[in-house]
Ligand binder design. Structure first.
Ligand code: C2O
Ligand code: CU
Length: 457
């Protein structure tokens, strides 16, 4: 039988509609347009960009040691890519256009396939024009489960975001490259959501023990979180277990891209509401509600113990490691005099016209040469000196590091908040070969100059 052109087109269309997973090959994750109820009813739906049309995208949950494999299909009108934030990944899968892969053009795809060495709470997000694409909703949770996880009744991801919507139409405001945001604190929104919803509600039993995986997916907002009607421990930061659970006595500060895993016991009584609250504004406001239902369990009143450790490199003798300074300069009230952009020195005023307001060690944008050439497995210390009037969440790709404290090394992280005027030193072992980005995770800052890279040979 021969097909005429019409039949041929019809059967080709049918083939495209049938799920690709019928064929051998990776599961597809499609970056596409969608709609979401971001603002509460009676407001209407907001057009978003999301993985599989959702914001957040589908939760990916795998066991430690498993391989993650997804075919990204780009159905957006703009090139994109996926970065698997916090995964100590092989370089070619890191998702950075222009450094580790080509951008994935509209209508094209890219196969991601890699091992998951560490258990913990991670996330994935677009890494092309992130300051726009993440703000439009292109991100989702990635959970890697321990073979032998803690004893909890429920395990919930709470993914925080901060949207800037038009108050009338509830459309996402498209002023992504607004110079005021880029040169100040970044794109701060006007509605905060958890898992894409304003004030979502969960139902939990009295005395239940929960694992809460908090992820800050906002472009620029730093959250300061507290609990009401629940109490417990901080057990992991940026995916990596703390050596010992830390009782939750103070607020939990989460810079963009940071994660915190909590194990909490519901202490509110049946019929009451427990909540996760944002503490920054006058007395705080609730972000997520937990309606407490009747339950038969007794409170556990036992410390959950530490999570099983991940196979992180040893940092012994970090004190002997070479120290590299990274000066963070620019932004409003400390405007750049000038900086290098590529091979050219450009005045601050000219840079501002190009939408560049920040420099790392005197360079705006990712330079041709890396800021650091590291021999494989060598130890390094990086000192972030924040000479600006704004906080920055500095993120290293492909590696976790430890923050140097007054009494030794602090917790493992992949993103560290460096407050204005502050100096923060980190120590790492450069054990993952390839080209790795280092940038501010206030995504507008990264786009406006705060991006560099290092190479591990
Ligand atoms: Cu989560 Cu380079 O970023
Ligand atoms: Cu910044």
């Amino acid at each position: 039988m021969t097909l005429d052109r019409r039949q041929f087109l019809a059967s080709a269309a049918a083939a495209a509609i049938f799920p690709l997973r019928l064929h051998a090959g990776p599961q597809v994750i499609e970056a596409r347009e969608g709609v979401a109820q971001i603002a509460p009813a009676p407001h209407g739906m907001t057009p978003i960009w999301g993985f599989d049309g959702l914001a957040p995208g589908p939760e990916i949950r795998l066991q430690q040691g498993a391989r993650l494999s997804r075919r990204l299909v780009n159905a957006l009108p703009q090139a994109t890519s996926v970065h698997w934030h916090g995964i100590r990944i092989e370089n070619a899968m890191d998702g950075v256009p222009g450094l580790t892969q080509e951008p994935v053009m509209p209508g094209q795809g890219f196969d991601y396939e890699f091992a998951l060495p560490d258990a913990g709470t991670y996330w994935y997000h677009a890494h092309n024009r992130s300051f726009e694409q993440v703000a439009r909703g292109l991100y989702g949770p990635l959970v890697v489960e321990e073979a032998d996880g803690p004893d909890v009744d429920d395990d919930l991801v709470l993914m925080l975001d901060d949207w800037r919507l038009d108050p009338e139409t509830v459309a996402i405001r498209d002023d992504f490259d607004n110079g005021h945001d880029l040169s100040h604190a970044g794109r701060i929104g006007n509605i905060v959501t958890v898992n894409g919803r304003f004030d979502p509600s969960f139902s939990v039993e009295r005395n239940a023990r929960l694992r809460l995986r908090l992820v800050n997916a906002a472009n620029a907002r730093v959250f300061s979180l507290g609990l009401d009607g629940m109490s417990g421990w901080l057990v992991a930061l940026d995916g990596m277990p703390l050596e010992a659970p830390r009782p939750l006595e103070e607020s939990i500060v989460l810079a963009p891209a940071q994660r915190a895993d909590l194990i909490v016991d519901v202490t509110a009584a049946e019929g009451e509401i427990a909540s996760v609250v944002e503490l920054q504004r006058d007395g705080g406001y609730g972000l997520a509600r937990f309606e407490v239902t009747e339950g038969s369990r007794m409170s556990r009143d036992m410390d959950p113990g530490p999570l099983p450790p991940n196979p992180l490199p040893d940092l012994e003798r970090w004190q002997d490691a070479p120290r590299h300074e990274m000066r963070i300069e620019g932004g409003a009230m400390r405007w750049l005099d000038s900086a290098m952009l590529g091979d050219t020195r450009i005045s601050g005023q000219e840079l501002a016209k190009l939408g560049r307001f920040w420099a790392l060690n005197g360079r705006a944008d990712r330079p041709e040469d890396p800021f650091l050439e590291a021999a494989r497995d060598s130890l390094h210390r990086i000192r972030f000196v924040n000479d600006s009037m704004f906080p920055h969440g500095m993120h290293l790709h492909g590696h976790h590091f430890r923050v140097v404290g007054s009494d030794g090394l602090g917790p493992w992280r992949d993103t560290v908040l460096v407050d204005r005027g502050e100096t923060v030193e980190i120590a790492l072992r450069a054990d993952n070969p390839g080209k790795w980005l280092l940038h501010c995770h206030m995504l507008g800052h990264a786009a406006a100059g705060m991006s560099t890279w290092f190479r591990v040979a």
